[in-house]
Design a protein around this ligand. Structure first.
Ligand SMILES: C[S@@+](CC[C@H](N)C(=O)[O-])C[C@H]1O[C@@H](n2cnc3c(N)ncnc32)[C@H](O)[C@@H]1O
Ligand code: SF4
Length: 456
């Protein structure tokens, strides 16, 4: 697929990644402890199922590219113990509000680096979760690990505890790139950890990669991709480097001169994408690939792929709750985000208060646009009949004002249209964020524009 330089320039504007709609910059303090409490209580009175995300914010050292919510601490048991004390209080408060033991269809430990916790801390956290929630161990029980800070014994413990999926940060194998991002993890190390995961029968092993990092060239990134393919991960997340130094001050340490320019960045993405597709991976979403025999690929083919803050999934629960610093949940049509500063999180919980900071209660229009954006991002298509069945309004009538945007996308070769609806083209898959922006009414009203990384 050839993409002109003009297109790249045109599309490469700051824009949301749409891990949520409405996107986080428009959330506000309209969601507070009392709203959260009320949502939890009404969830408790339903028989809905739940996904649970638990955030462990700690890492031992800072990767200079990182845009995650992290707290850097040298690994000492006391930090983990202290954090768990407050996390347990949060679990108890939430469980009390719910008033029943909900069934968990998807459990995800993310970070930071959850395996910063020692094995005893991980065991006690899992036990605490099981005391208050009914975890289905045959469903998705996933954890993010950092290959630099894991050993075989810890992986054995994870398996014993009940984790069945592993995701790990690879980013890039090139030594010069690794030095520039303060993250040394040679191929041999990743190979070993990957083999341990296979021996222990973790399934759906995922690698995270990033394109657009300092010193990446077509030759160096091609080599990284070749090495990745040889290790046969089941899933690959190929992220565009989000360069947001106004939000993450430490990214200023990266010299801009060493960053690939926009054209090279897109070339890096395309070479990786082509190589994955040639090697039995399916492009299931903008930046995600799955081996054709992985259940995500099957779900994609059947139009049954979903996405939330934990990533892509085949088994969405009705609602999800986030536990821990900065974590996000979605319950009763409302996004809820916890506070982002550790002492504040500790203080609120020590006062037995839910540590919520902000969120967004969706109105009807938000729900409709959320549905549309999700369909475009996850299924790469939008069916008029399904839209009508869901909202009892004709799609073209509701989105009359967006018609110009749809026509523009068609003329640009990003969308195709027929009687059934809209379909994202191969090029549109790469610029799907640009398609979605036209349906994002907050973005269109310029309420959020300057706060995002660029789309390519
Ligand atoms: C929480 S980390 C994964 C677990 C573990 N902390 C590690 O790094 O191995 C989540 C992933 O987010 C991605 N990531 C972090 N900062 C990013 C950025 N600025 N742009 C794009 N992706 C980023 C990385 O690929 C990283 O592996
Ligand atoms: S990429 Fe992972 S290990 Fe590196 S700082 Fe971010 S969360 Fe921590």
């Amino acid at each position: 697929m050839s993409i002109s330089r003009e297109s790249i320039k045109k599309y490469n504007i700051p824009g949301p990644r749409y891990t949520s709609y409405p996107t986080a910059p428009v959330w506000s303090d309209e969601v507070n402890e009392s709203v959260y409490g009320e949502k939890l209580r009404s969830f408790g009175q339903s028989n809905k199922t739940l996904s649970l995300y638990i955030h462990i914010p700690f890492c031992q050292s800072l990767c200079t590219f990182c845009a995650c919510n992290v707290v850097i601490r040298r690994q000492e048991n006391k930090y983990g113990d202290e954090y768990l004390k407050y996390l347990f209080t949060e679990i108890e408060l939430i469980s009390k509000e719910i008033g029943r033991k909900p069934s968990i269809k998807q459990l995800h430990f993310g970070g930071g680096t959850p395996t910063y916790l020692n094995t005893q801390q991980l065991r006690s956290l899992f036990k605490k979760v099981q005391e208050h929630f009914d975890v289905d161990l045959s469903s998705e029980v996933a954890i993010e690990i950092d290959p630099r800070t894991i050993d075989y014994e810890k992986l054995v413990t994870l398996k014993e505890i009940g984790f069945n999926r592993i995701s790990f940060g690879v980013q890039d194998f090139d030594q010069k790139v690794q030095e520039a991002i303060n993250r040394i993890q040679p191929l041999a190390m990743v190979k070993e950890v990957n083999q341990w995961c296979r021996d222990l029968k973790f399934h759906s092993i995922n690698f995270d990669l990033i394109y657009g990092l300092p010193y990446q060239t077509q030759a160096s990134f091609s080599q990284t991709i070749k090495d990745v393919i040889k290790l046969t991960p089941d899933r690959i997340a190929l992220y565009s480097f989000a360069y947001v130094p106004w939000l993450k001050k430490h990214q200023n340490k990266l010299s801009q001169i060493t960053l690939p320019d926009n054209e090279l960045k897109l070339d890096l993405f395309l070479l990786a994408r082509d190589a994955f597709i040639e090697n039995n991976y399916l492009s299931i979403a903008m930046d995600h690939f799955a081996r054709k025999d992985d259940e995500l690929a099957q779900a994609y083919n059947e139009g049954e792929l979903y996405r939330n803050f934990m990533g892509y999934t085949v088994k969405p629960a009705d609602e999800y709750i986030g536990l821990g610093l900065t974590s996000i949940g979605f319950i009763g049509k409302t996004f809820i985000q916890n506070v982002k500063v550790l002492p504040e999180y500790y203080k609120m919980l020590s006062e037995n208060r839910l540590a919520v900071e902000r969120g967004k209660i969706l109105n009807e229009d938000d729900e409709i646009r959320q549905w549309v954006i999700r369909a475009l991002m996850c299924q790469f298509q939008l069916r008029r009949d399904v839209f009508y069945k869901t909202f009892h309004i004709p799609f073209d009538e509701y989105f009359r004002d967006e018609r110009d945007h749809i026509v523009w996308c068609i003329e640009e070769g990003l969308l195709l249209e027929d009687d059934k609806g809209l379909k994202v083209t191969e090029m549109g898959k790469i610029f799907v964020r640009n398609i979605c922006m036209g349906f994002d009414q907050y973005f269109q009203k310029q309420q959020t524009k300057q706060q995002f990384s660029k789309t390519v």
